[in-house]
Design a protein around this ligand. Sequence first.
Ligand code: GLY
Length: 311
Amino acid sequence: MTTANPSRWTLVIHGGSGSMRRGVLPEAEDAGGRAGLKAALDAGAAILSAHGSALDAVEAAVRILEDDPLFNAGRGSVFTAEGRIECDAAIMDGATLDAGAVAGVRTTRNPITLARAVMEQSPHVFLAGAGADGFARAHDIEAAEPEWFETPERRRQLEEILARPDGAFDSGMKYGTVGAVAVDMDGHIAAATSTGGLTGKKWGRVGDSPLIGAGTYADDRACAVSCTGSGEYFIRLGLAHEITARVRLAGESIEEASDELIHELGEMGGKGGVIVVSADGSGGWAFNTPGMYRGMATHDAPPEIAIYDDE
Ligand code: GLY
């Protein structure tokens, strides 16, 4: 079921959830985060307001966030324990249930564009590692040297984690994944998610973001979902698909389904958030962390950007 409306569209984006608190988050990160979200919203909104597709809009918004070194995706991704950067991304078209995903990408500037190429130009859904980067080169998708992704702040964060006696992940960390969900004027929806994963990740660890149904899902019959947070919990809940299934099969609103799944995530010990749009044009988010970089733009309201839970 689609609900085409020649003037209606909605775009929701996130730049990660985590421990961001008002007055504690450095002013530069607050202002820089809002500016980055605004640029991503503007890019997606320009496409949707010109009757472009939800798929084009979510890719465009995520590309902006991948190129922004403040966010943990593409340039500015976190380092693995070995001091490398390995990016994951996924995209899904709610009209067809077509999907593409990549994991452990090291030399492709915009992993989300590579995920889309996997969806549209290969018979597969999910490519990993050097093979995924090789697919990008074979399909003329822009390359970048590994050093292009690196920033001094992410290097400092890795050194901080490696200096801990147990080398443990920080439970108060920012899960800086980025994502976008949109519904276009034709009533089609799409979801896109991109991340560097967790600082200090080892052993080829892959989180929820590139896993279709865990961190990313879209179905025109219900809604589109992109997640951010402690990926292992999102994987175990099949969280993005679970929200979609509740909306489609149980008749829950996107608010009810999102709030319930974030509650279940918290009960298990997981932290993070989701952004959602429904095929009827409504959009929103839910999260259980002190903050989540997020924004929404629609055909009939000024763009809304927020970081803290009291906004
Ligand atoms: N949610 C991103 C990750 O766990 O990698």
